[in-house]
Unconditional design. Structure first.
Length: 150
């Protein structure tokens, strides 16, 4: 599953801050979406688009001047959809101190040139961690189906 990963790193600049001087939540969501897109496109071998951002948990503030890294992994696939977890880390550059600050769950869909969904390759978990991620994502997807309006 190593090819089903996307990583984006950026330096938090003043134009990205909220009224408290921390990274604005919308900026973080854009970074999360970009990292998830890289993982989805790599896995699908072609275009993929955001279908939903299921959940974003803001655990800790990220100050201006931090280095932010978003690590996205494709954890589960359907026919054309891919469930992706994005973990966000903030690093204080001067000390190298790194904190896990946020987690997001995103669903992407692979598309053809005409915009219609297209089948994606199966996902084959190779390590214990990948198998655990796959099982959690499969359970999450089952739970999501039960809560969909009919």
């Amino acid at each position: 599953m190593s090819f089903s990963v996307g990583t984006i790193t950026t330096f938090v600049m003043p134009h990205m801050q909220n009224v408290r001087g921390d990274l604005f939540g919308g900026e973080l969501m854009a970074l999360v979406d970009q990292a998830a897109a890289v993982a989805a496109i790599r896995h699908a071998g072609g275009p993929a688009v955001t279908a939903s951002i299921d959940r974003v948990d803001f655990k800790e503030r990220i100050p201006v001047g931090a280095l932010v890294t978003c690590v996205a992994t494709v954890d589960y696939v359907g026919n054309s959809s891919m469930d992706i977890t994005v973990e966000v880390y903030a690093e204080k550059i001067s000390t190298g101190e790194r904190r896990h600050t946020n987690t997001a769950h995103v669903v992407f869909v692979a598309i053809e040139a005409d915009g219609k969904p297209r089948r994606v390759p199966r996902l084959v978990p190779e390590t214990d961690e990948e198998r655990a991620r796959y099982a959690r994502a499969e359970e999450h997807r089952r739970g999501q189906r039960q809560h969909r309006p009919t």
